[in-house]
Write a protein that binds this ligand. Structure first.
Ligand code: C5P
Length: 287
C-alpha cells in the first residue's frame, strides 16, 4: 500500500469573460485564474484492493460515487495510464464551500491526479496529466497546474502568467448555491454591458501593482444573477469595500464574492466582521 496526502487549493477568477456558445454546447471563455490558500486536504491510498472508494468525513451530503470529481479523476487516470493502481481509496477533508465558484470539486480531482502521478507514473509529463484532467472537468487542468494562469477555450487552454502580489483575500460564500450549467444557460442571449479588460489586468499583475489589478476585477456572470442573488452579491461587495478592500468580484459561476486587501491584518479583521452576516467567510492568500 502507498499513500500520499496533498493540499487541494481553491481558485478565484480575477476576470471571467464569456466569448460565445460553441457548437459542442460549451462556452468559449477567457479567465484569469488564481490559486488561493483556502484548501481541502486529499489523501490517496493505492494498492488497497477493490475499485475506487471515496470518503468525505463529516460530510454525508457529498456524493462518494462516480458523480464525485475525485472518483472521476481516479477512473480517468486508470484509463489513460492503463493502471488500476491495485484499488484506490480517496479521503477528502472539505473546507472549500461546494457549488461556490471556487472549483472545490476540481481541486480535489486535480489533487487525486497529482497524487496518482507521483505514486504510480512519475515519468508521465505534467502536461499529459492536465490532458487527463480535461476529461474530468473544465477547471481541472488549471487546478493540476496551480498558481496563476490565463485560461481560454473551455478553460483547458492555459498560459501561466504572473499572479497577484502578496495580499489578503476575503472570500464570502452566500447561503445559496449556484449551478454552473444553469448560470451558463442564463448567459445565452445576454449581451454583456461590461466586459473585463484582461490585457489591462495582465499588465497590472506584471507590474506587481495590486491596486491596479484590484481595479480590473470583473466577472460577466454577475449579469446573469436573479435580482435576489444579485442583491446579496452586491451587499457583500459593498461590505468588503467599506471594510477596506481595494476591489471585489464574484468568483466563477458564483456565488462566492471575494475582496483583495493590501494588508493581511485588515483582511482578517474584515473576515471576522463579515462572518456575522455571512458565516462561510474565509481569509486566504494568493499561492
Ligand atoms: O466541464 P465541466 O463539467 O466542469 O462543466 C460543467 C458544465 O458547465 C458543462 O456541462 C456546461 O454546461 C458548462 N460549461 C460551459 N462552458 C464551459 C465550461 C462549462 O458551458 N467552458
Amino acid at each position: 500500500m502507498q499513500s500520499l496526502t496533498l493540499a487541494a487549493p481553491a481558485k478565484i477568477n480575477l476576470t471571467l469573460d464569456i466569448l460565445g456558445r460553441r457548437p459542442d454546447g460549451y462556452h468559449e471563455l477567457r479567465m484569469a485564474m488564481q490559486s488561493v490558500s483556502l484548501c481541502d486536504t486529499v489523501t490517496v491510498e493505492t494498492g488497497v484492493g477493490g475499485g475506487i472508494a471515496v470518503e468525505t468525513p463529516g460530510r454525508a451530503d457529498l456524493p462518494v460515487g462516480p458523480e464525485n470529481l475525485a472518483w472521476k479523476a481516479a477512473a480517468a487516470f486508470a484509463q489513460a495510464v492503463g493502471d488500476d493502481c491495485g484499488g484506490v481509496r480517496i479521503t477528502v477533508n472539505k473546507r472549500i464551500p461546494v457549488c461556490a465558484g471556487l472549483a472545490g470539486g476540481s481541486a480535489d480531482a486535480a489533487a487525486v491526479l497529482r497524487a496518482l502521478h507521483a505514486l504510480r507514473a512519475p515519468e508521465t509529463e505534467r502536461e499529459a496529466l492536465e490532458h487527463i484532467g480535461e476529461r474530468v472537468g473544465s477547471d481541472v487542468p488549471f487546478c493540476v497546474r496551480g498558481g496563476a494562469a490565463l485560461a481560454e477555450g473551455r478553460g483547458e487552454r492555459l498560459q501561466t502568467w504572473q499572479g497577484l502580489p502578496p495580499c489578503g483575500i476575503v472570500l464570502c460564500k452566500p447561503a445559496f448555491g449556484l449551478s454552473t450549467p444553469e448560470l451558463f444557460r442564463r448567459t445565452d442571449g445576454i449581451s454583456f454591458a461590461v466586459r473585463p479588460d484582461t490585457e489591462g489586468l495582465r499588465r497590472a499583475l506584471a507590474n506587481g501593482d495590486l491596486r491596479a489589478a484590484a481595479g480590473k476585477l470583473c466577472n460577466v456572470f454577475e449579469a446573469a444573477l436573479s435580482p435576489e442573488e444579485g442583491a446579496e452579491v452586491a451587499r457583500l461587495r459593498r461590505a468588503l469595500m467599506s471594510l477596506g478592500a481595494l476591489g471585489t468580484a464574484m468568483s466563477g459561476s458564483g456565488p462566492t464574492v471575494f475582496g483583495l486587501f493590501e494588508h493581511d491584518v485588515a483582511a482578517v479583521a474584515a473576515a471576522e466582521i463579515l462572518k456575522k452576516s455571512c458565516p462561510e467567510t474565509f481569509f486566504a492568500t494568493p499561492l
